[in-house]
Ligand binder design. Structure first.
Ligand code: GLY
Ligand code: MN
Ligand code: MN
Length: 479
């Protein structure tokens, strides 16, 4: 395997290095190891997750890469974000993960020895530390040393150059594929590679206590962003690209709190709300229209919230907007009531869809009865609601996506699952089946819920949901 760093990543416009400079750069550096690093709160939790993985794959060598840089253009990369299985098994926070790291489970007679192989970016004997614009300490900042990683994450950390010693010895090896092209190309495919990826996804279905704490932080950070957005609405209304004001306001809150976004913000004003993943966010935000804001903060530990509120931009719902809003709200309440341990995952979607179909039927737009429409072989109400009413949530916004159907879509809810409940109705501006006053209205209400022993806890309950509470909450922020 080859790893970047020994040959610095430079560009055509970098200045050459002279011999005297090269010689001077090799000496005169002090020790920078930090003494104050202590074990991170995630350490015991990720150790226990690693133990589950070890027990599930006895005798097999396992390789789980952090992932590589993704080029945006020429020599500029997207901000690095490690893959979620790696994050789950190391517990590392965003700034501490070194791109190209690889987590190795080496089988032993009693289980596995686990080691994290990390690029030695702080090695001052290498030119890369001052020349490498992708990895060098002079360019991207200092990384934790191997000793610091051991101390903070309680995991054996080694120089990635030593990984070959292991992977060149013949042993059945499974790779979590699709994250590191070099690893994928260097290790022959194994018929059980896919099983590893599925197991790592399913291991994330039930959140432990640490994870639930992080989800609560993500939700609270997101709520702060929603409040800031409400305060920014007068500025947004006065701006030709009001959606950008909203998008930027939410992002500013996430970034200044020390966080990231879990996905691109959807700041959809007016009929843009009918575009389910409207992330262009370049339209105006007009008084009298609604704003559908679907946004989630990803905290340092990488856990994200995923919340949607549909708000009247000028603070007051119109009668037509309220009519549609109330249907979606009732649908969401029915969906949330369906959440309890042992319930079928699909019950949530069914509960939401039944209420949506009944509401559409009352307005008189369904060509069949609500009862007929919710027959899975009919489903015509879905013209106005084509997405599912939720998904698992965690390190990924659409978490556990590689879990088998029987564990997820066709499975049962269990204590510790965290998911969204997010029904919506979207009446396209050119939908001639709806009376004119409803056209261009798009409403989604999305909350993040935890399955508990007693049923359900709505993690995002502090964010107002019913139209009256939304109006008074907005008024209180705007005075
Ligand atoms: N924000 C994407 C979703 O709600 O699934
Ligand atoms: Mn969602
Ligand atoms: Mn969402």
């Amino acid at each position: 395997m080859t790893f970047d760093g020994e040959k610095p990543v430079t560009t055509s416009y970098d200045l050459p290095v002279t011999e005297p400079l090269r010689a001077l750069m090799r000496r005169g550096w002090g020790e920078r190891e930090s003494e104050i690093i202590t074990a991170h709160e995630s350490a015991p939790w990720s150790a226990s997750r690693r133990a589950s993985v070890s027990a599930r794959f006895p005798g097999k060598r396992l390789l789980i890469p952090a992932g590589r840089f993704k080029v945006r253009n020429n020599d500029c990369d997207y901000t690095f974000r490690a893959n979620s299985a790696f994050i789950h098994l190391t517990g590392m926070v965003a700034g501490d993960i070194v791109p190209e790291s690889i987590l190795l489970f080496e089988p032993t007679p009693t289980g596995h020895e686990v080691a994290l192989f990390v690029h030695p970016k702080n090695d001052r004997n290498l030119e890369s530390f001052y020349r490498d614009r992708r990895h060098g300490e002079f360019w991207v900042g200092r990384y934790l040393s191997l000793a610091e990683i051991k101390k903070k994450y309680q995991i054996n950390a080694r120089n990635i150059r030593e990984l070959d010693e292991f992977i060149l010895s013949k042993k059945e090896t499974l790779v979590h594929r699709g994250e590191d092209p070099d690893l994928d190309n260097n290790i022959p495919a194994h018929e059980k590679d896919g099983e590893l990826t599925v197991a790592l996804s399913e291991l994330r279905l039930k959140k432990d206590e640490f994870e639930i704490g992080e989800m609560r932080k993500a939700v609270q950070a997101t709520i702060r962003g929603f409040a800031d957005v409400v305060k920014s609405l007068p500025e947004a209304m006065a701006h030709p690209r009001g959606e950008r004001v909203i998008d930027g306001t939410f992002y500013k809150r996430a970034r200044t709190d020390g966080n990231e976004l879990g996905y691109n913000t959807i700041a959809a004003a007016g009929a843009h709300a009918c575009v389910l993943h409207w992330i262009r966010n370049d339209g105006p935000a007009l008084s009298g229209d609604l704003l559908l804001l679907d946004a989630g903060v990803e905290v340092e530990s990488h856990y994200t919230a995923d919340i949607t509120r549909t708000l009247p931009i000028n603070g007051k719902f119109t009668a037509a907007q309220r009519t549609i809003y109330e249907i979606v709200l009732t649908a969401q309440e029915a969906g949330i009531r369906a959440v309890k341990p042992g319930a079928k995952y699909r019950d949530i979607n069914n509960a939401c869809m039944k209420v949506l179909a009944e509401g559409l039927s009352r307005i008189g737009v369904l060509p069949v009865s609500a009862e007929e429409s919710i027959d899975p072989n009919v489903g015509v109400h879905r013209r106005w609601s084509v997405h599912a009413s939720g998904h698992m949530l965690g390190i990924d916004v659409h978490d556990c996506a590689k879990a088998r159907g029987e564990q997820y879509l066709d499975g049962e809810l269990a204590v510790g699952h965290v998911l969204t409940v997010e029904p919506g109705l979207y009446i396209q501006p050119d939908d001639l089946l709806f009376p004119e006053e409803f056209r261009g209205i798009g409403i989604r209400i999305e909350d993040d819920v935890l399955v508990t022993e007693d049923g359900v806890e709505v993690l995002s309950r502090e964010l107002p949901r019913d139209p009256d509470s939304i109006e008074s909450w907005m008024a209180s922020l705007l005075q």
